[in-house]
Every structure is written in C-alpha cells, then in structure tokens.
Design a protein around this ligand. Structure first.
Ligand code: NAP
Length: 293
C-alpha cells in the first residue's frame, strides 16, 4: 500500500492564505492582530517555541510581544501581570508558555487569562464550550490535527478513532471534538492513557490513531491496522551521535515502520508541529475580529 505523508506545510500555507485576507480586512479598520506571549523562567525550549511563534506573527503582518519574567516570579505577581494584559486593548490574545516553574500552579494561573483573549484555549470556560459542542477557542494543536484531517479528506464519520494521551492541551479536547456531531467528528472515540490495560488491542482496531503521548516511537507497525490513518503529535528528543547536535526529534509513532502499511501518517518533524503555530495565528486573528465587533 502506498502511504500518503500528511505534511503540515501545505495545510499551513492554505490556512495562512485565508488568514491574510482576514488580516487585511482588519487592517483596513486599523486593527493589527496582536499577541502577548509570557515566558516565566529560562527554559531554552520554551524560548525557542515562543521565538518561532513571534517570527510567524511578523511574517503575516501581525504583532507579537514576548514578556520574559524571572523564574522566581510569584503566583500573585504573575496573576497581576496577566490582569494588566487582559485590560490592555493593544493585545487580542495572551499566551502563557508552559511548562511553568514548579512553584506555580498552572491550572490556577490559566484561569486568570480573560477567556476572550485565551488563544491557547486552555481556560476552563473555553474547554467547557468544547465539551458543549460550541467551541470558541480550540487549543492550537488539536485544531491543527483537525485541519490536517480535513485538508487530506480523511473521513472521520463513523470511524473508530483511538486517541492516546489525555492532557487538557491535546488528548482530551481532540477526543471530545472527534466524538461530537461535527463535520470533522462523528467518530467512535476511545481515549487511552497509562492505565489502559491493552493499548495494542485498541490501536490494532482503530481506523484513525492520534498519538499525543511523549514516548518516542511507542506505536509500532504491529500495533496498527493496515490502511489506517496516523496523526503523530509527539515531539521527543532522542540521542543520536550521528547528528551535529547529538540528538534528533522523533514522534510517538515509529514512522519508518508505518510506511507501506498505513494509508497515511504525519511526519515528525514536518507534520502537526507546524500546524500548532499556524492555529495560534488563526485563533489570534479570530480574537482580534471578535473584539472589534
Ligand atoms: P502530557 O501532558 O505529558 O500527557 C501525556 C499523556 O500520555 C498522558 O495522558 C499519559 O497518561 C499518556 N501516556 C504516557 N505514556 C503512555 C503510555 N506508555 N501509554 C499510554 N498512554 C501514555 O503530554 P502532552 O502535553 O499532551 O504532549 C504529548 C506529546 O505531544 C509530547 O511529546 C509533546 O511534546 C507533544 N506536543 C506536541 C505539540 C505540537 O505542536 N506538535 C504540542 C503539544 C504537545 P496518564 O494521563 O495516565 O499519565
């Protein structure tokens, strides 16, 4: 079987084309979609993610500012900082880069972002809207997965879908969305995690697998059904002395072993990762539009 490689780039380009039109419309009314990104501490990966997001914003003529706060920032002062951004009309979206230093309670702090500026879709109010089937902001990575499925015309209606991983960021929202009565949903969804007794049983019977686990190459070809579709959300660094950096990035899926067996698979890198930044842009443009009404 020929396996289609579900690259993120063409999907992202198509969405950015559509966004350019919306951004020009907003600019005609002197509105430039703007994002405030907050990083607490010195995590190198977080800084890299945020700078790639900032670059994507400026490429599309949008605005972003990165606020770097010291790692010993107290919960009280972080909440105050967020409140100032909530009240600052210059910013339409607020992104709090995770993970936060250990002394800060992520769930509690995320609640302080104004739901109308919560472009990462992690405020309980926005997660509740997803559960009710009336999404406002869908977290960027699950939204990116849905856009990939849509772009490549992968039918979800009536399909057996296995989501592996139950984080608020990825697994739970995508499992909820794909089980609902939407054009990109209507699947029969099974949500697996570390207490799942026989992961192999579920993956082997799935038409679509979405892996958001954080375990390199967990899903092997003997765990999947021939002709299935695989969306690999995982981004994992593994040692590789043959590369200049000494490591390489792999997904949760043993990509090479899927080729020739499954109908389609996302590569890592080059699949879902690209979409996450694009969907942050998209959510911020939507936020700017909604706040202009
Ligand atoms: P997370 O919060 O650590 O959640 C991981 C989930 O996987 C948990 O629900 C955990 O189960 C489950 N799990 C772990 N090991 C498992 C196993 N052996 N079998 C079955 N389930 C297992 O991670 P996350 O934030 O959702 O991220 C998941 C992966 O996606 C990571 O590699 C991350 O880097 C990547 N990611 C990529 C993007 C992107 O832009 N492409 C964005 C976000 C995240 P329990 O609940 O039982 O612990």
């Amino acid at each position: 079987m020929e396996t289609i490689i579900l690259k993120g780039k063409p999907v992202s380009l198509k969405i950015k084309d559509d966004l350019s039109l919306k951004i020009s419309d907003l600019k005609k009314n002197n509105i430039i979609p703007s994002l405030a990104a907050i990083i607490v501490g010195d995590d190198a990966a977080s800084k890299l993610y945020v700078s790639s997001k900032a670059k994507a914003f400026s490429k599309l003529g949008c605005h972003s500012e990165v606020f770097e706060l010291p790692s010993d920032t107290s919960e009280h002062s972080l909440k105050e900082f967020i409140e100032d951004l909530n009240n600052n009309d210059k910013f339409h979206g607020i992104l709090l880069q995770l993970p936060l230093p250990k002394h800060l309670n992520e769930k509690d702090i995320l609640k302080n972002i104004s739901p109308s500026k919560d472009v990462d879709g992690l405020h309980p109010e926005n997660q509740g809207y997803i559960m009710q089937g009336d999404p406002r902001f869908i977290p960027c990575t699950p939204l990116g997965c849905l856009k990939i499925l849509d772009y490549y015309n992968i039918e979800t209606k009536g399909k057996d879908i296995v989501v592996i991983g139950r984080s608020n960021l990825v697994g739970k929202p995508i499992a909820s969305l794909m089980s609902q009565n939407f054009s990109f949903g209507n699947g029969t969804v099974t949500l697996c995690h570390t207490k799942t007794k026989n992961l192999h049983f579920y993956t082997k019977n799935a038409d679509i697998i979405i892996a958001a686990v954080g375990v390199p190459n967990l899903i092997k070809s003997d765990m999947v059904k021939e002709g299935s579709h695989i969306i690999d959300v995982g981004i994992n660094r593994i040692n590789d002395p043959t590369t200049q950096k000494g490591y390489k990035v792999v997904g949760d899926v043993d990509y090479e072993s899927m080729l020739g067996k499954v109908a389609s698979v996302t590569p890592v890198p080059g699949g879902v990762g690209i979409m996450t930044v694009t969907m942050l842009l998209s959510n911020t443009v939507d936020a700017a539009y909604n706040q202009s009404l």
